[in-house]
Structure formats: structure tokens, C-alpha cells
Design a protein around this ligand. Structure first.
Ligand code: FMN
Length: 343
């Protein structure tokens, strides 16, 4: 036990060292560091859970069958470059992306800010990614068999009435290599992206996505589609979105993305972490009330401890994701949650 606590302490120090650097630099360095530790087998040595202990999933495309319900949220590994080392940390699934058809730089830097006091991140990255082809290459090369969700989006210069082309393009490219696909229409950092959740666009977009999924699943295994929702929608809008998802026979919901309702000193962008927790849980409860057991729900937003994880499960989540909590607490958060679940 003492030895375990010491190893977790070492890992926490390792992560904390990077916190003295600007947000994005530290993020990239910490992930690269984990990759190196994994390459030399040190990550497995530091963690109690060993990779070979992981369950063998019979139906990786059915998220309701996952025994380990803890995953990494979209945005941490945008290009699928860290799948094997993140998998070694003991999570049950990883959502990579969001990717777009063409590579893009994203918004001007600085665009990622860490607020240690209130345990939050403010980001306005704007879908920086190396493009869907690069992600597919990494998905093909990964050695871990962990279930992978792939989050797809549109390029910043694609107008909303053409956006469906970007989603269909990415859907087709990643379909064969995904266990579920997340449609990101809720990032606040791509101009007018959230308008895709409005009646005007949503029905048509989901119809086209469904048609493509049906077509692809004639020759490939059926891959479920999830829609990721913003926490800033009001009750009426959430009801409309959920009903549209059900009518379009889309397979599931991810709730929620970051919030733009804040007064962060670093300006505009999406806020995540502790200040998002209660709001995200309220939206999860509302969505669960609307969809009942018809659709699986993946919850994210402010999970900073094992208790927060349990709160999401109790509120109706089938799976739970972490991002900001992992940045602040490191691999210890994963270990704590897994221990509390005795998975
Ligand atoms: C730096 C950063 C980048 C993110 N990028 C994406 C993204 O590309 N796609 C996406 O769907 N969500 C993205 N998110 C949102 C997270 O996936 C997650 O839904 C949100 O941060 C709430 O969870 P948390 O409080 O545990 O961080 C990002 C979040 C952060 C902090």
C-alpha cells in the first residue's frame, strides 16, 4: 500500500512539473512524457493495474457492455497519437479527435489556460488537428485493443449548410477503425458550430449521417453514432435535440461539452473542470429523463474524483469520461476511480 502511494506520488510530481509551463506546452510535454514512460515499460511498473489484466470485450461496439466505464474525453488525444500509453493507464475506452477532413492550426495562441485555484481549464483551441487521414494512420498502427470512439467535426472554413459533407467524409474514413463515432456539434470554439444543433440544420444533418451509417454497415460491422451536446442549451432546446436524435435513430448521446457561461479572466472560450460539474450533471439528469433507457449516455463535465464519477453514474450515465480532472490529478484519478469501483 505504501509502495503504491509512493508510485502515485511520483506520477503526480511528474505531471505537476509540467504545470509550471504555459498550458498547451505542458499538455504536449506531459503526454509525450507518458509515451516515453510507456515505451520503456515504466508506466506499467508505476501503476498497479497491468495491461494484460484488462478485460476482453466481446462486443466493443456496444458501449453498454463495458465493465470498465471510465474513459478519456475527446480533445486530449486529438490525433490518436497517445492511444497505447493512455490505454496503459487503465481506462476502459478512449475518445480521440475531434478531427476534421483537412488538417488545421486552430485559433491563435495562447488558447489554453489552467486555473489552479478553481481547478478549471479555459480553452479556445478551435479544432487544431492533423486531419482525418493522419488519425486513421494512427488508428491502424495502434497496438492496444482498447475501444475507441472517434470524434468528428467540420473545418473552420466550411459553411454550416455544407457542414454535412465534412461529417460524412470523416465518418466514411474512420468507420472501420472506430467502436463508436461522436458527432461534435457542441464545441464553442468554431464559429457558429453550435448552430448545427438548431432545428434548421440538425434534422437534415442527422438524416444524412444515418443514411451513410446504414450504407457503411452493409459491408462493415455496425458502428454506433453519438451526438455530443452543449451544456449551455436550455430545457426546451435539449428536448428538441433529444427528440430529433431519437427520431433519426441515432444511437447515443454524449453530455456535455465545455460551457461558455463564465467570466474567466482569460477571455472567451469553453470552460471545463470543477465549475462545470453541477451544470453538466443537471443536464445529464434532464437528458436521462427525456430518453430513459432508449439510448446510452456518455457523461463528461467536472469529474475530479471517484465521488464525482459515482455521481454521474447515479444520474444515469452508462459511461463516464474525464479530461480536466486528469490534467490536475494525473493517473491517480484513474486509479482512484477504478479502485472505488473494484473493476
Ligand atoms: C483543452 C480541451 C480540448 C477539448 N477538445 C475537445 C474536442 O476536440 N472535442 C470535443 O468533443 N470535446 C473537447 N473538449 C471537451 C472535453 O471532451 C469534455 O467534454 C469537457 O472538457 C468536459 O469534461 P471535463 O470537465 O472533465 O474536462 C476539450 C476540452 C478541453 C479542456
Amino acid at each position: 500500500m505504501q509502495q503504491y502511494a509512493f508510485k502515485m506520488y511520483l506520477l503526480k510530481i511528474f505531471i505537476k512539473l509540467f504545470h509550471f509551463l504555459p498550458g498547451e506546452v505542458s499538455h504536449d510535454l506531459a503526454l509525450s512524457g507518458l509515451k516515453v514512460l510507456h515505451r520503456f515499460g515504466l508506466l506499467e511498473f508505476l501503476l498497479e493495474r497491468r495491461t494484460e489484466d484488462k478485460e476482453i470485450l466481446k462486443k466493443p461496439n456496444d458501449v453498454r457492455t463495458y465493465k470498465n466505464k471510465l474513459g478519456i474525453a475527446a480533445g486530449l488525444d486529438k490525433d490518436g497519437e497517445y492511444i497505447d500509453c493512455l490505454s496503459a493507464l487503465g481506462v476502459g475506452f478512449i475518445e480521440v479527435g475531434t478531427v476534421t477532413p483537412k488538417p488545421q492550426y486552430g485559433n491563435a495562441k495562447p488558447r489554453l489556460f489552467r486555473n489552479r485555484k478553481d481547478k478549471s481549464l479555459l480553452n479556445r483551441l478551435g479544432f487544431n488537428n492533423k486531419g482525418v487521414e493522419y488519425l486513421v494512420k494512427n488508428l491502424k498502427e495502434r497496438t492496444s485493443s482498447i475501444p475507441i470512439g472517434v470524434s468528428i467535426g467540420k473545418n473552420f472554413d466550411t459553411p454550416n449548410d455544407e457542414a454535412y459533407r465534412d461529417y460524412l467524409f470523416c465518418l466514411e474514413r474512420v468507420y472501420e477503425y472506430s467502436n463508436y463515432i461522436a458527432i461534435n456539434i457542441s464545441s464553442p470554439n468554431t464559429k457558429e458550430l453550435r448552430n448545427l444543433s438548431s432545428k434548421e440544420f440538425l434534422k437534415d444533418l442527422l438524416l444524412k449521417i444515418k443514411e451513410k451509417q446504414v450504407l457503411l454497415s452493409k459491408t462493415l460491422e455496425y458502428v454506433p453514432i453519438f451526438i455530443k451536446i452543449s451544456p449551455d442549451e436550455n430545457q426546451q432546446k435539449i428536448e428538441e435535440i433529444c427528440n430529433c436524435i431519437i427520431e433519426s435513430e441515432i444511437d447515443g448521446i454524449i453530455t456535455s461539452n465545455t460551457t461558455i457561461e463564465h467570466n474567466d479572466k482569460n477571455g472567451y472560450g469553453g470552460l471545463s473542470g470543477l465549475p462545470l460539474k453541477d451544470k453538466a450533471t443537471r443536464k445529464l439528469i434532464l437528458i436521462k429523463k427525456i430518453v430513459g433507457n432508449q439510448l446510452p449516455i456518455i457523461a463528461s463535465g467536472g469529474v475530479m474524483s471517484a465521488l464525482d464519477y459515482q455521481e454521474k453514474i447515479d444520474a444515469g450515465a452508462d459511461l463516464v469520461q474525464i479530461y480536466t480532472g486528469f490534467i490536475f490529478e494525473g493517473p491517480k484519478l484513474i486509479q482512484d476511480i477504478l479502485k472505488s469501483q473494484t473493476i
